[in-house]
Design a protein around this ligand. Sequence first.
Ligand SMILES: Cc1ncc(COP(=O)(O)O)c(C=O)c1O
Length: 409
Amino acid sequence: MSTNFKARDMAEHQITELDEQLLRRKLRTTESPCDAKARVGERELKAFCSNDYLGLANHPKIVAALAEGAKLYGVGSGASHLISGHSIAHDLLEKKLAACEEKHIPKARALFFSTGYLANINAITGISRLAEQGQASIYSAKLNHASLIDGVRLASAQNKAKVTLFDHQNLDSLEESLKQDTYPLKLIVVDGVFSMDGDIAPVEKLLHIAEQYDALLMVDDAHGFGVLGEQGHGILEQAGVHSERIIYVGTLGKAAGVSGAFICAASPFIEWLIQKGRPYIYSTATPPAIAHTLLSSLELIEGDEGVSRRKKLNELIQIWNEEMTFSSWEKTPSSTPIQPVILGSNANALAVAKLLDEAGYWIPAIRPPTVPVGTSRLRITFSANHSVDDLRELIQELKIIEQTVEGNV
Ligand SMILES: Cc1ncc(COP(=O)(O)O)c(C=O)c1O
């Protein structure tokens, strides 16, 4: 047998290259529930990096609901939705999720997925297949999340969809391209809250453009659902929009504190995705206990507790925006719990993340390809479980670190 194993050599070579470019990512194992503090080995770190914006991931009601769901439904679903995996818990959850968005999407129906990544792939590839091969035209914002990018790439490979990328928040260039577009199916795809920048897509304007040029508008509200809007129903609630052209994706592993995601759209689109969405059809349904847990999470999000947790988050965001003005580090204008500090090179971002780690903070350096080359950053995120003092201490620590590295970073 040959010991010459080329694939292993290639893997080792590629990993060495990643090390050299300061792009190798490292896993860190926690030993505590997701919360404002994390136990990592012997250390307790103040975590400002999760997407558990409302602090629900370890909420006693949610923990109890999961146990109850397991008692009621067991653990595995046993099959994909269209075979025998679709339980009453999934059905109740989908109806509840549709009710969350029905003020904004007439004839709304929802479809539940195990992850946002899958929901996005399913939505983009499925919707583009409404048109014949080569007849769909997709407009995708350049800073969209990887799952949207991959969905667009797959639609291009599978269904020969034409792809046009448009610059971040540049609606003029989007409109310019749409003016020339004669394709029968046009789909605009954007992050609702941009995941690495924290700024919000101008949904009302985008919808106006979609209407003008007979396009659909897909909004991935992974970081808005639970956080934005009076009731936490997300970006559509906040923007007060209403249209059958909207294909909405919300994720349930971030502010909702559990896991999964959903597509919500007018009924004919959802029915089509049930028929043709390959990730939906060919994947085992999420455990029904998770769907059951999510019903409790939605109750919290919509109820008084959700309202007060969003209020708390907004207080933290306001303090951050007011008190970080001393810093000359670049920040993006953000009114959400995602607050990036852009440090440029991989080396700079890693150096500052290391100093923060030494001071007891967990805020990893985010590097390409997650963000464009030269914009490596700290992605600082807030949770309603952070106290005002937690935040002020972090700001103080950043001040010290900025002074320490001045001239080097
Ligand atoms: C904007 C955006 N969309 C989709 C996803 C994927 O969602 P999930 O983690 O549920 O797969 C993420 C995850 O980080 C995201 O940031």
